[in-house]
Design a protein. Structure first.
Length: 297
């Protein structure tokens, strides 16, 4: 079964642009070449698309959201709630995510995690007013191509300007903005902050360091949790990769170009490989992020 190539939903922002290359989010869905949204495709194919255990767990809600984020300016300092809090407040999944740096300009930074655990009193002091004090407590990491960060819900973070990021996350757009550097929106008003809402969402002990992996390997694990598993797959001429799970595979091309299972894709593109196949047969020179759901019961 051939993989599906989808047209992305494009979201403009004050800091740059997001391309949601694999999205089943209502009103912001990616669309197949034959005009079906990802939700319609899932409703038509069911477990043939996502795999029997994945369909049993998630039903007709596609369980991942994949994006390319072009950050021309700094994104806000922000945090996302976990499943329990997001469901109680918004009827939504939480947002655990991972970032892979596709490219970075000289001096680009990633802000993620606290340098040390904060007490409740420290958090209250640093987050008072416009929460600029929290910037002092968050670690700023140097950014370069291939750098990877895993951010569980509750981790305070911000993508710095000059980064092109591939992001794989739970299908949620619930964001609590803590600090936005005093920027104004399109109407000239200060952008809304969510310091009070974020209070219960922030994990005061959450640190974050770049993921260590073998960059010389043709296949390397980048992140694995209950929400998703992500591997980096490098093909030099050809590679056949069977992920061994009854799950779809979302393949994001982060470098080069190749033909995957008969469908051509280049940097910035994404393919959805149905669970009925779930093997990547890559012909070309390219690097992919391959995301799937592991150990669903």
């Amino acid at each position: 079964m051939n993989p599906f190539s989808l047209r992305p939903y494009v979201k403009k922002a004050i800091w740059g642009e997001e391309r949601w290359v694999l999205s089943g989010m209502p009103g912001r869905e990616s669309v197949t070449d034959d005009g079906r949204t990802l939700s319609e495709l899932l409703a038509d194919m069911k477990d043939d698309l996502v795999g029997e255990p994945v369909y049993k767990r998630f039903g007709c809600r596609f369980p991942l959201l994949a994006k390319f984020i072009d950050a021309r300016r700094d994104l806000s300092l922000q945090v996302h709630p976990d499943d329990a809090l997001a469901k109680a407040r918004h009827g939504s999944p939480g947002k655990t995510e991972m970032w892979y740096v596709v490219s970075a300009e000289p001096g680009a930074k990633i802000a993620a995690g606290f340098a040390r655990p904060l007490s409740g009193e420290e958090y209250e002091r640093l987050s008072s007013g416009d929460a600029t004090g929290l910037l002092q407590a968050v670690v700023r990491h140097s950014s370069c191509s291939g750098e990877t960060f895993f951010l569980p819900a509750g981790t305070v973070h911000a993508i710095g300007g000059g980064n092109l990021i591939a992001e794989i996350q739970q299908p949620s757009d619930v964001t609590y903005r803590l600090c936005d550097y005093g920027r104004l929106d399109a109407d000239g008003r200060p952008r809304e902050l969510h310091v009070e809402l974020a209070r219960e969402a922030v994990d005061l002990s959450a640190s974050c360091s770049p993921v260590r992996y073998d960059r010389s390997a043709g296949r390397a694990s980048l992140a694995s949790c209950e929400h998703f598993t992500v591997e980096r797959v490098v093909a030099d001429g050809e590679a056949d990769v069977d992920f061994g799970e009854d799950s779809f595979v979302a393949a994001l091309c982060v470098d080069g170009g190749a033909v995957v299972n008969g469908v051509e894709v280049g940097q910035g593109g994404a393919l959805l490989v149905p669970a009925a196949d779930r093997t990547l047969r890559i012909r070309g020179n390219a690097t992919f992020l391959a995301a799937y759901i592991k150990h669903c019961e």
